[in-house]
Design a protein around this ligand. Structure first.
Ligand SMILES: C[S@@+](CC[C@H](N)C(=O)[O-])C[C@H]1O[C@@H](n2cnc3c(N)ncnc32)[C@H](O)[C@@H]1O
Length: 296
């Protein structure tokens, strides 16, 4: 149905989960500083409750759990059951500070709460209906509770994915995801890149005090050009173009791989590893008091 996440949820439970597991180190190390900065600049306090939306493997949830301590609650939610099972298993091995996790569609399902805060590191860009999802997250916050979501800024400032996408587009015929029989991740990593668009969405979802802070840092996309090319061919817009092109995408793989290896040469450091710039927004917004809240 239009506006639901069923196809995307299937993708996050199957093909995308497998790819994230395969490239877990690159993904989580690459995402780390973008999430760590807002958590460092405005750490959560002991005793607070925080929902981590689209928590994936749960490594940011863990940082949050350390901040809120044993008197607080750090809870990760993800629509991918595989991510949650892995995160839960790894949390079992922790001594004192243990986040908890549950599987849900953050757009549609009951998220519990009321939480003091919601946090998301690249977990809010894939909703079929971002407004419905932001409203649902808002509902899970206490009045005045704060949402912090880290989202990618514009493609041009993220050459680690954008240049790979352009290289692949020049070789592989692009299939419209909606016309493809294959499941896909939904709107995609740059769906919240526009500062005005994301502010308007938050306003419409009844958030207030909206601010955006930019983080730029280089990220490692492979220990060498081969790994960087493999990573690009698996994940992100480039990987999705190849996958959605089906057998034609498979046939063109050797050509794409050669093109990507050539592309990543320019980003090679002395030790052979590949580093390219990346850029995100940390978007903050507070749940507005509703008329009902004010009358109580
Ligand atoms: C790019 S990954 C980010 C994962 C994690 N936050 C991190 O930084 O490593 C996006 C995550 O959002 C989750 N996701 C996508 N759509 C969702 C939805 N409708 N409800 C809950 N989680 C969702 C995916 O399963 C995936 O784990």
């Amino acid at each position: 149905m239009a506006g639901d996440n069923d196809g995307a949820i299937e993708a996050w439970n199957t093909v995308l989960f497998e790819k994230f597991v395969r490239f877990r180190r690159i993904v989580t190390d690459g995402f780390a500083e973008h999430g760590a900065r807002p958590l460092r600049e405005r750490p959560y306090s002991a005793g607070e409750s925080v929902l981590d939306v689209g928590c994936g493997f749960g490594d940011a949830t863990l940082v949050i759990a350390e901040q809120v301590g044993t008197s607080g609650r750090a809870i990760g939610v993800d629509c991918g059951a595989g991510f949650i099972q892995l995160a839960e298993r790894e949390a079992q091995e922790l001594a004192l500070i243990r986040p908890s996790y549950f599987v849900a569609d953050a757009q549609r399902d009951e998220l519990g709460g009321p939480y003091d805060h919601a946090f998301a590191r690249f977990g809010t860009m894939f909703f079929a209906s971002p407004l419905a999802a932001l409203r649902n997250v808002r509902k899970s916050l206490r009045t005045g509770g704060e949402l912090t979501m880290v989202v990618w800024r514009r493609r041009e400032d993220n050459p680690w994915v954008y240049e790979a996408e352009r290289a692949v587009r020049s070789i592989v015929p692009v299939v419209d995801p909606e016309a493809s029989a294959q499941v896909h991740c939904g709107p995609g990593p740059f769906s919240m890149a526009g500062a005005d668009l994301v502010s308007d969405l938050l306003k419409a979802a009844e958030f207030t005090d909206i601010s955006l802070t930019r983080t730029d840092c280089d990220i490692c996309v492979g220990q060498n050009t081969d790994e960087a090319a493999e990573f690009a061919m698996a994940l992100g817009p480039a990987g999705e173009i190849i996958r959605l092109a089906g057998s034609e995408g498979e046939r063109l793989r050797p050509q794409v791989s050669a093109g990507l290896r050539r592309l990543f040469e320019q980003y090679r450091r002395a030790d052979g590893s590949i580093w390219a710039s990346s850029s995100s927004w940390a978007v903050r917004a507070r749940r507005k008091s509703s008329a009902a809240d004010l009358s109580t």
